[in-house]
Design a protein around this ligand. Structure first.
Ligand code: BG6
Ligand code: MG
Length: 213
């Protein structure tokens, strides 16, 4: 077996909350008069922290904001986002994702989450995965966000595995950079499948079964 563990990004890998992030940032952008916030802008928000994501929106504004105002804006976005999350349930967990996770575990791999999101525990609970993973490293336990490798190194440490024994799964360029910087091999889905630093570009979540064999 090539790997002993798999560390998954959450938003855009395990579930489609990346779309909710986009819609919530778009709503915030509209609120502050940034009318041309686009999906292209949103790509720069993938993988990075909430406050760094806010800066991507504010770069498009001609107003300046104090630190307190920025915190309030990030909170407003998070409230909009959490309203969307509250409507999620186990039905929002894709069947292919669930069956692949179960097969990977049956093949003897340890499974962890490595996400920049502070909403990770809430999302996992909504999806019925609250107790599923062997370890969870998220935005609540790191000081540096992707492309820094901290969150993946923490996840590997929680699994008691070395980076070279773990496969990272990512959808974001910043996430692939974080994985590579930490000494991990990285499977890239979606946007990350087109990025040159991605070790294994994949078209479908179940392709992970071939890679880890
Ligand atoms: C990452 C997303 O998973 O989490 C980013 O890709 C987001 O877009 C980051 O900014 C932080 O998320 P949250 O839920 O803590 O605001
Ligand atoms: Mg992601």
């Amino acid at each position: 077996m090539k790997f002993k563990g798999v560390i998954f990004d959450l938003d855009g890998v395990i579930c489609s909350t990346d779309e909710y992030h986009f819609l919530a940032w778009k709503a915030l952008a509209d609120l502050i008069g940034v009318t041309d916030f686009s999906r292209e802008d949103n790509k720069l928000q993938r993988g990075v922290s909430r406050m760094e994501s806010l800066e991507v929106v504010l770069r498009k504004s001609d107003k300046t904001y104090t630190d307190e105002q920025k915190i309030a804006l990030a909170e407003t976005k998070n409230d909009i986002y959490k309203n969307m999350l509250e409507k999620m349930s186990e039905k929002d967990l894709d069947g292919e994702v669930l069956s692949t996770l179960n097969k990977l575990r049956a093949n003897g791999l340890k499974l962890a989450i490595g996400s920049s999101s502070k909403n990770t525990p809430f999302i996992l609970e909504r999806l019925g995965l609250g107790l599923f993973f062997d370890a969870v490293a998220d935005g609540n336990c790191v000081t540096k966000s992707k492309p820094d490798p901290e969150v993946f190194l923490k996840a590997a440490e929680y699994l008691s595995l070395n980076p070279e024994d773990c496969l990272v799964v990512e959808d974001a360029v910043a996430g692939v950079q974080a994985g590579v910087a930490g000494g991990f091999k990285v499977a890239g889905i979606g946007e990350a499948s087109k990025y040159e630093k991605t070790t294994y570009p994949i078209a479908s979540f179940s392709d992970l079964l071939k890679i880890t064999k």
